[in-house]
Design a binder for this molecule. Structure first.
Ligand code: ATP
Length: 395
């Protein structure tokens, strides 16, 4: 844990009042320019360019080994880049040690001082910085413990609190010096699922309350989506897409992103022309489906993507709205999972699609579609995304 002395920089929101001024909203907290980190022959980070905005909850999301922790450690100063530039609030900090950056880090293992009380753990950074009267120090610690909802825990030791509470103390300790940026490396990794979900909402609330830029590393897509304003989805040392959670889910730009954020159905098709706002795509079974024309920039061979919950299943002779895309198929599997039923449907063109149907209209399992039944799948063209049709997809 590095505790950095430092008051809020000009323009940074004070606690409890997230500034809405345009200058703050557009200011850049962290900028990475062509950042590369090699360990021997391995490029852990392979030329990353990104800007994290001031006051934003930003996540680096990706599978194990994709380079997210290394990226975070370079921002914190714990690792030096092999090449490239790192700026914090416009200042080049590439070669500054951690203690000279206005950044704090919260680790997964809390790293609390076991011999100190909770009060002293939280007060640690302020004491080291010095210059504060006792009453002011007490006020600031009390304010922090209230923020993380641990008032009354001041006298306890770290061994006398739960894992979730220890994580809150670690957060309070990291925030008390009002760093410009808080780095969080899988901080909820050691908690059980229920507590983890509760803490995700807590972290989001706390970040919104303090208005400090959070950069959060996780491999859990739901966690990143719950909390983040924007997410960089990383793969093999670079990110494949950087966007808000909704865009990443609804309009993934690459196969990797489509697959990493939930389940996707991807079907190969060929572009056949434009019909108003839609492009026509010919599928393997010669069916034409429409996709928003804006999603294509001239590519001919593309993959059409549809999320499982966007697809409806109907009988082959059912009346389907003319505005919907449709594909014929045969049910191959039906799994009742309580809130929904998950079907695997084999299209006439050979591809298999996963479909989620909420168990709202069908009252019993006997009413589900059964394996072997022929069905029509239909969905709105606007619920389609396209892989391989856009500029800069990197795929
Ligand atoms: P995880 O979620 O498992 O922590 P990550 O996405 O955070 O993964 P990094 O820890 O950044 O990934 O590691 C990226 C790559 O760099 C991996 O291949 C890793 O083995 C390698 N690496 C990381 N640190 C070192 C090191 N100190 N020495 C050698 N290789 C390293």
């Amino acid at each position: 844990m590095t505790v950095i002395p430092g008051e809020p920089h000009p323009g940074q929101s004070p606690f409890g009042a997230r500034s809405e001024t345009p200058e703050v909203a557009t200011a850049i907290a962290v900028r990475l320019v062509d950042v590369v980190k090699k360990f021997g022959d391995v490029a852990a980070v392979d030329g990353i360019n990104l800007e994290v905005r001031d006051g934003e909850f930003f996540s680096l999301l990706g599978p194990s080994g994709c380079g997210k922790t290394t990226t975070l450690r370079m921002i914190g100063g714990f690792e030096e880049p092999t090449s490239g530039l790192i700026e914090l609030q416009g200042q080049d900090v590439t070669w500054l040690p951690p203690y000279r950056r206005n950044v704090n880090t919260v680790f997964q293992n809390y790293a609390l001082f076991p011999h100190l009380t909770i009060f002293e753990n939280v007060a640690f950074g302020l004491r080291r910085k010095g210059g504060l009267k006792d009453a002011e120090l007490r006020r600031r610690v009390t304010e922090m413990l209230a923020l993380v909802e641990l008032p009354g825990f001041e006298k306890r030791k770290p061994t006398q609190i739960s894992g979730g509470q220890a994580q809150r103390v670690a957060l309070a300790r990291a925030l008390i010096n009002r760093p410009a940026v808080l780095l969080l490396d899988e901080p909820l990794g050691a908690l059980d699922l229920k507590l983890r979900k509760q803490m995700q909402l807590e972290l989001k609330r706390i970040q919104q309350e303090v208005g400090i830029t959070f950069i959060y590393v996780t491999h859990d897509q739901e966690e990143a989506m719950t909390m983040s304003d924007r997410i960089a989805v990383m793969n093999r040392g670079h990110y494949e897409q950087l966007a808000d959670p909704e865009t990443l889910y609804e309009r993934p730009a690459t196969r990797f992103v489509a697959g990493f954020l939930g389940v996707s159905n991807l079907l190969a098709g060929t572009r056949e022309g434009i019909d108003g706002d839609h492009a026509m795509i010919r599928m393997a079974d010669d069916t034409r489906v429409r996709v928003p024309a804006a999603l294509l920039d001239g590519a001919t061979d593309v993959e059409v993507g549809i999320r499982p919950e966007k697809i409806r299943i109907a009988a082959t002779d059912a009346a389907i709205p003319a505005t919907h895309n449709r594909l014929l198929g045969t049910v191959r599997d039906a799994s009742y999972v309580g809130v929904s039923t998950q079907y695997v449907v084999e299209g006439r063109g050979g591809g298999r699609l996963t479909v989620y149907e909420q168990n709202v209209e069908r009252a019993s399992r006997a009413e589900l579609w059964a394996p072997g039944e022929d069905v029509t799948l239909h969905w709105l063209p606007e619920h389609t995304f396209v892989i391989g049709g856009q500029r800069g997809t990197g795929d």
